[in-house]
Design a protein around this ligand. Structure first.
Ligand code: ZN
Length: 376
């Protein structure tokens, strides 16, 4: 249902195939993957801050006053490849959290950037450890944050929330929430409403600087547990809607200098209960499984797709290595000598990419060996 070559699909698939705890090589590798898969356009400026947040300034002459955020880390305790199951309309965790929290949000940001929707985008670090990256921004980048009228996180469970309150109080006005909900519902496919039951996400750190801060449902559910799911129908419909919204025309009404307390007084207790029950639920089961898990088939296919993608852009090295390993695992160096990258034409690579949807990684690599080997 989602085009497998789209950046939306590729980012989501890449994200959920890896456990990405904060401050680990895995989360750095994922952040780097996002960086290398940004479109190379002259009006986009990319940078990292000292907290490791990845900034993508795509405001187009600084005209946009919209900030989009999603976090790159997951709630997992250890690194490694992540298993998941797919049906047409739903992706499911398999033994550990799926990591659509917030891989779905990261995919949505990549999708917006590639669609050239004006805005400033930040892929934040350490949200699951208390908003480490967002706190760094609030502490060290107030001047930057002051350049925005609205901060949009794509990091909320469910399919219908535009979050108006997080934790201690209001984060956006009802007028803003209504204007955003209306814009999201314009095609009568989605059904969004203001929701005052938000707990915490990165944008909560910006409420005293940015007038309208919110968090939007991206379709995941039961996050932080091994029952986490992602509703692909919703995810796809949301992706179609967000590129059509005129973000800079949304209502701005809240004064960030005024604090309005949340109607939900026991939010801290609610948060603690939720955090403790959710984090223990999957932990032990998952740890027991960890040692004997090899890379699963899904991840292998994703790796092959990634290498084919690189080859399409002129970087053949990794794909040739993979083909050699698949054809002659006992002596890949020898096999490499018989591979000619010139035989990996666009046509051959495109067919291999399509084959990835149907066949296993080994089958695809062996057919590539057939196409690319020559007698010396
Ligand atoms: Zn999250």
């Amino acid at each position: 249902m989602l085009n497998k070559k789209s950046i939306l699909y590729k980012t989501l698939a890449r994200a959920v195939s890896m456990k990405r705890p904060h401050a680990t090589p895995s989360v750095m590798a994922f952040t780097d993957w996002l960086h290398t898969h940004l479109p190379r356009l002259p009006h986009i400026a990319v940078s990292y801050d000292a907290a490791g947040n990845l900034h993508v300034d795509a405001r187009q002459d600084l005209l946009s006053r919209t900030l989009f955020v999603a976090h790159v880390d997951t709630v997992h305790r250890e690194e490694g490849s992540n298993r998941f199951r797919k049906t047409q309309g739903m992706w499911y965790a398999d033994g550990a959290p799926l990591g659509a929290d917030d891989g779905a949000g990261c995919a949505m940001l990549m999708h917006l950037i590639h669609a050239q929707v004006p805005g400033y985008y930040i892929f934040t670090q350490g949200e699951e450890r208390g908003g480490i990256g967002a706190k760094y921004l609030a502490d060290h980048s107030r001047d930057l944050l002051a350049q925005f009228d609205r901060a949009i996180a794509f990091d909320r469970r469910g399919i219908d929330s535009v979050i108006t309150h997080q934790g201690w109080g209001r984060c956006c006005s009802d007028a803003f929430a209504a204007s955003l909900a209306d814009a999201l519902c314009a095609d009568e496919v989605l059904m969004y409403l203001g929701d005052d039951t938000g707990v915490y996400t990165d944008t909560a750190e910006f409420v005293d600087i940015i007038p309208e801060c919110t968090n939007i449902s991206v379709g995941y559910d039961h996050e932080h547990s091994d029952r986490e799911t992602l509703d692909l129908h919703h995810f796809k419909a949301l992706a179609a809607a967000v590129v059509r919204i005129k973000w800079d025309e949304l209502t701005t009404a809240r004064d960030p200098a005024l604090v309005e307390e949340s109607p939900h007084t026991d939010w801290l207790g609610m948060y603690k209960t939720q955090a403790s029950t959710l984090s223990t639920k999957w932990d032990s089961k998952w740890l027991a499984k960890w040692d004997d898990e090899d890379t699963d088939a899904e991840t292998e296919t994703l790796l092959v797709m990634d290498c084919i993608d690189d080859a399409m852009r002129g970087m053949y090295h990794d794909l040739l290595e993979m083909i050699a390993h698949a054809a002659y695992p006992e002596d890949p160096e020898f096999a490499l000598r018989f591979l000619n990258k010139r035989l990996l034409t666009d046509e051959v690579l495109e067919k291999a990419m399509d084959d990835c949807a149907v066949y296993g990684a080994d089958t695809v690599l062996l057919s590539l060996f057939d196409a690319a080997h020559c007698e010396v």
